[in-house]
Write a new protein. Structure first.
Lengths: 354, 307, 515
């Protein structure tokens, strides 16, 4: 007989091991599913999970994709730990990019070192402002932030479409729905000649370390954890759930906005209707893969960025449709949630006479 | 002539409301049993793609509907295993299910993009709906009537039957229900499966009835609106009907405005309306509710384990 | 039906050599007992003696690892509560299995194994209520009922099945003395009808008054079987506890000092959905005294505690004063910094975070008065030192300050929480149910700490449902009922009947003749 037994204390070993088990299971399951669908399952899995990491020329690309994922996931994870379920990071990401682009369009004919910082600031504020709406509604009116933050993502996407098709359309752009290209002063400095590796990558790493120290060493991080784990105890200890909700939502909005600005002022260099690629949603998986731990999230961001890069490889090697990447990511999240049970429970084999 | 226009607007309204009504009703039952399944959008997409694929290959919309129902149940079972048996966080699992539904439907649907199938038609003979007003009554497809019948059925089930009483009890106090001896997890599985079945059908409504054509993410967030409607309904089927038709009206208005060429309002702004309306409705509900008792089932979203 | 007990009549229920283990614990070991038809049999033991596990085995909630159960002389298997009910076993749980948002009749219907027509059920219920003269309105929603009324729902649920054995698990722990009397009358009437009753309790006086036979458990084993009508209370207590109880040493607390905590006209609406309103609460707590607040559960105790702790703020600053300073509008942190410490009833999730280590739990409330996190940066060294101090001084049995709160037994966690608060040397300590679910040894230690704290000049307020505890600890006593607090009176001047009447809602001249 198989029997689940609740552990007295969560298993530290499993805490570290379960994400790896989840990745292994995802690879196995992916292999089976895609073979069953008539693809070369083995090569598909290899292309998505191994090739990107084994070929050094892909690493820059992984870094570029990991940076926004890590930044967004850091904010989300801190929120999740406080039981604040911001699932509208995609919208805040878009609004950050829009706000930053607004500054870029205003400063189109100017030069100066201050332009990029101003755009960064605008990006942060844009993301924050968008996250402030669900924060206000949740704290003041007890409206679930899950639904409102998600609804606002749809609104942000439409707003983006409106801007690039209407008022912000590049006057010299042959009527394509896109903004002007940013100038040199409006673009992130490239860290590595001849690649897209931009300032966002070291920024994401730095933010991860800061987030880690904040969560581990400060009363602010303690407040987040206690509000999430035991709201009544938090209140008893003098921590305000409302203030924590505000703080975590504004923080995750700020980070998503920053990521959006970096993406717009980095790889994109302008705004187009193709700008939202779903990083805000994928970051949710990154957060869970990193077990909501800032340093784990760096790892999670790299793995998920790898699946994007690998998905492109698999498109050419085994003709896997682009959508397969999304399916792999979803399977990974399922497996993560499933293996999480190993942390709190252990499987016991029990022999019982009938 | 005006009658014809009115009736056609009414038909659009009913068609726009039906998929959300179905999905929301399924979710209402799941939530009454204490399960918060945020994967409605994902289950709808699974149903939409399965329905389309089967209808396309078999040529039978009936088989398509059946496939959609089963796909919805299958997706719901993935959720149930994780959230109910393995006690995973329900919010995270629901999100995972939605991400999964988007991925799976895009992947399966990739081969069907641009293909069309015959639209799910009215069930009553055409002769009955020659007159515009008769058409408003007899001119709908089977899912419209099914959704209305289910509203009554679910209402009766929850309020009047013993099984409904037990289901509510499980959502209200799972520990007590377990102590009395009711199989909490099994009942929740059933409720989640029912939710999946209706979400699957609701999704199929998009691919079989509304736009008999496959397009990626064609449910466009209606699953999330369905979730909001359950809150709006205060977990009462009757109010769900009102809410779904109100949303149908908002969406019809959007379509009509677009069709009428309203140009002082950007089409993107019109496209925002359902989502903004959802936020507005949730906000109004919360304001209205703050003085009275909470209507949500007491154990909604909380994990339960028997030991 | 009151048959003479002959040897030939097989016992209604007989347990032989029942054992049950959980990981790390032997909950029941080689337990045998028998209950005759129509007998009221006591299962006596302390918290943690194994009573609950044994009862769960009888009711089919859990399965024994070893041993047999016989029913009317024939061995039976009881795989589920449903099977137990089928045999004729009914159970009233200590924590009622009721659904607050549903009506009485819906709750009763849920307790039945078969569907019964609503009207027919109403008639049946009315008949039972009539024949046992129990007042209860079938259409009321449960959250509007008193605890005694809720218990009646459970009893009616069982009686509808015409049980042959009724299990009552700690039925009086939440009742007023008057409600206890009423319950006993009902139980005697039920037994007279031939139904056996297995009565689980650790209250000796009740068992002496009610039961025909008793089995005493300690540490999962049977230590004695006796006739409680014959055996002395003292002897039964010794058997149950296994050692003589340490007597509380009261210091020279006779002369109470200056007022440290003053509450005047504190009113606070209850929190939805089922909270109790606090109405015009006034009292003083003085240096060196222990003020007891008695009352039946759900009469505003939890609300009073959160109002004092600062989890909810008063309407005006003057409603609560600490050492003469108005603090009614200060939050929990500021109040604690000023010296007002509170320990709520619920340990896991309110007083402590179950998934935090003890060290992390120390931060929760001690960071205001001790330098555990200067400038918002947590000082791990200070935190661990403080946690270790508490663990040592209060004899908390644990693997260390890194152990999760949830891994501790109730008693040990309570000792840690009390130690955390007392270790901050508060001016005033308000504590709710300090020894609830705590074993006798730990309870005595906790009570001693409270007495010592008061002796050092702090004021201590103890909110408890356990009258014996309050009478032992408190210098003055008041009663909370429906959110209102009676005037404190010296304990020495009070009789238990008087307190009982106060708890039931009859304050002095105020008469409340509600059923």
């Amino acid at each position: 007989m198989l029997e689940w037994r609740r552990r007295r204390e969560p298993s530290t070993l499993m805490l570290w091991l379960s994400p790896l088990i989840a990745i292994a299971l995802t690879m196995l399951l992916g292999m089976i599913v895609f073979t069953a669908m008539g693809y070369d399952g083995c090569h598909a899995v290899e292309s998505i999970f191994l090739t990107p990491f084994l070929e050094p020329q892909r690493w820059a690309d992984i870094g570029v994709k990991a940076a926004p994922l890590v930044m967004i996931a850091l904010g989300l994870a801190i929120g999740f730990r406080a039981n604040v379920w911001n699932i509208g990071a995609e919208g805040q990401y878009i609004m950050g990019a829009i706000a930053g682009t607004g500054v870029a369009l205003l400063t189109y004919e100017m030069t100066g070192w201050w332009i990029l910082p101003a755009m960064v600031l605008a990006g942060i504020l844009g993301g924050m402002a968008w996250a402030a709406i669900p924060a206000f509604l949740r704290v003041k009116l007890q409206v679930s932030e899950i639904l409102t933050s998600l609804m606002l993502t749809y609104v942000a996407v439409q707003f983006l479409y409106y801007l690039v098709r209407g008022p912000w359309k590049d006057p010299d752009g042959f009527n394509f729905p896109q903004t002007r290209m940013f100038t040199a002063d409006q673009t992130l400095p490239i860290m590595l000649e001849g690649s897209l590796v931009h300032l966002g990558i070291p920024a994401a790493l730095l933010l991860a370390v800061v987030a880690w120290l904040t969560m581990e060493k400060t009363i602010a991080g303690y407040a987040v954890k206690v509000v999430g784990l035991a709201p009544a105890a938090a209140r008893h200890g003098g921590f305000s759930a409302g203030r924590t909700t505000w703080a975590t939502l504004l923080l995750s909005g700020a980070l998503a906005g920053l990521a959006g600005l970096f993406e717009a002022a980095g790889p994109f260099g302008q705004l187009t209707p193709q700008f939202p690629v779903g990083y805000g949603f994928t970051a949710i998986i990154v957060a869970f893969l990193g077990r909501l731990h800032p340093l784990g999230i760096v790892f999670g961001g790299i793995v998920l960025a790898g699946t994007y890069v690998g998905g492109e490889i698999a498109q050419s090697t085994v003709r896997l449709p682009q959508a397969a990447t999304g399916l792999f990511q979803a399977l990974l999240l399922f497996m993560l949630l499933a293996t999480d049970v190993l942390v709190r429970w252990r499987i016991a084999f029990k022999w019982r006479a009938a | 002539m005006t009658t014809a226009i009115l009736v056609s607007i009414l038909m659009t309204l009913v068609a726009a409301s039906t998929p959300i009504l179905l999905a929301a009703l399924g979710e209402l039952v799941a939530e009454k049993a204490g399960v918060l399944n945020l994967g409605v959008e994902g289950m709808m997409l699974c149903g939409a793609v399965a329905g389309f694929a089967v209808a396309f290959s078999s040529g039978s919309t009936t088989l398509g509907l059946l496939a959609a129902l089963l796909a919805g149940v299958a997706a719901a079972m993935v959720f149930a295993v994780l959230a109910l048996s393995l006690n995973a966080n329900q919010v995270a699992t629901g999100l995972a299910l939605t991400i999964f539904g988007i991925g799976a439907s895009s992947l399966i649907g990739a081969g069907f993009v641009g293909r069309t199938i015959p639209r799910l038609g009215p069930i009553f003979p055409a002769g009955l709906s020659e007159h515009p007003w008769l058409r408003a009554i007899f001119g709908h497809d089977i899912l419209v009537y099914l959704s209305l019948a289910l509203i009554i059925g679910v209402g009766y089930f929850l309020r009047r039957t013993r099984s409904g009483l037990i289901l509510r009890a499980v959502g209200e106090n799972d520990a007590s229900a377990h102590a009395i001896g009711y199989p909490v997890i099994a009942i929740r599985y059933a409720a989640v499966a029912f939710g999946g079945a209706l979400a699957g059908l609701g999704g199929a409504y998009f691919s079989l009835a509304l736009t008999p054509m496959w397009a990626e993410r064609l449910t466009a967030g209606r699953g999330w609106i369905a979730l909001a409607l359950v809150v709006f309904s205060a977990w009462k089927p009757g109010r769900l009907l009102v809410g779904a038709y109100l949303f149908g009206a908002v969406m019809t208005l959007e379509l009509q405005a677009k069709a009428a060429g309203v140009n002082w309002l950007a089409p993107e702004v019109l496209a925002m309306t359902p989502y903004l309306a959802t936020i507005a409705v949730l906000t109004m509900m919360s304001i209205g509710r703050r003085t009275g008792r909470l209507d949500a089932p007491a154990c909604l979203g909380k994990p339960f384990s028997a030991t | 039906m009151n048959q003479p007990r002959e040897q030939t009549v097989p016992p209604r229920l007989a347990l032989a050599h029942i054992s049950k283990s959980f990981p790390g614990v032997k909950a029941n070991e080689d337990i045998s007992l028998s209950v005759a038809p129509g007998e009221i049999h006591a299962l006596l033991g302390e918290n943690g003696a194994g009573k609950s596990t044994l009862v769960k085995i009888i009711y089919g909630v859990q399965q024994a690892d070893e041993g047999t159960i016989s029913w009317n002389g024939a061995p039976v298997a009881i795989p589920s509560p449903k099977a137990a009910r089928k045999l004729g076993i009914g159970m009233v749980f200590q924590h009622f299995s009721l659904f607050d948002a549903m009506t009485v009749i819906e709750n009763i219907a849920l307790g039945l194994d078969e569907a019964v027509d609503r009207e027919a059920l109403k008639a049946q219920v009315a008949a039972i209520l009539e024949s046992y003269s129990l007042p209860l309105d079938p259409d009321r929603e449960v959250h509007t009922l008193s605890v005694g009324e809720r218990q009646r729902i459970e009893i009616v649920r069982c009686l509808l099945q015409k049980p042959k054995l009724l299990i009552m698990d700690e039925p009086t722990s939440v009742l007023t003395p008057q409600e206890v009397e009423r319950l006993f009358a009902t139980l005697r009437q039920i037994a007279l009808g031939g139904c056996s009753i297995l009565y689980i309790s650790h209250k000796l006086s009740e068992i002496k008054a009610l039961c025909d036979g008793a089995t005493i458990l300690r540490g999962g084993r049977v230590v004695a079987s006796c006739d409680p009508k014959v055996e002395t209370t003292k002897r039964m207590a010794e058997l149950m506890i296994g050692a003589e109880l340490r007597k509380i040493e009261h210091g020279n607390a006779a002369e109470a000092g200056v007022v440290r905590l003053s509450v005047s006209g504190l009113s606070l609406p209850g929190e939805p959905p089922f909270g109790t309103d606090l109405e015009e609460i006034s009292f003083d707590a003085r240096a060196g005294e222990i003020l007891g607040i008695a009352g039946v559960a759900g009469n505003g105790q939890a609300e009073l505690l959160t109002a004092l702790s600062g989890e909810r703020l008063a309407a005006k600053a003057e409603a609560i004063s600490l050492d003469g300073k108005p603090i009614g509008l200060e939050g929990a942190g500021a109040r604690r910094a000023a010296g007002l410490a509170c320990v709520p009833e619920e340990r896991n999730g309110h007083a402590a975070v179950p998934d935090f280590s003890l060290a992390e739990n120390a931060i929760l409330t001690a960071r205001h008065r001790l330098p555990l996190a200067p400038l918002g940066l947590i000082s791990r060294g200070m935190v661990q030192r403080f946690a270790d101090d508490v663990i040592r001084r209060f004899d908390v049995r644990t693997t260390g300050n890194g152990a999760l709160a949830r891994s501790l037994s109730g008693g040990n966690l309570q000792k840690f929480i009390m130690g955390r608060e007392i270790g901050q040397q508060p001016a005033v300590l308000v504590v709710s149910q300090p020894t609830w679910g705590v074993d006798a040894g730990a309870a005595a230690a906790i009570r001693q700490e409270l007495v010592d704290l008061a002796a050092k000049g702090s004021a201590v307020v103890v909110i408890s449902q356990d009258l014996d505890e309050l009478l032992e600890l408190a210098n003055r006593l008041c009663v909370i009922n429906e959110g209102r607090l009676s005037a404190p009176r010296p304990v020495a001047s009070l009789g238990i009947d008087e307190i009982g009447l106060m708890m039931g809602g009859i304050h002095g001249a105020e008469t409340a003749a509600h059923a």
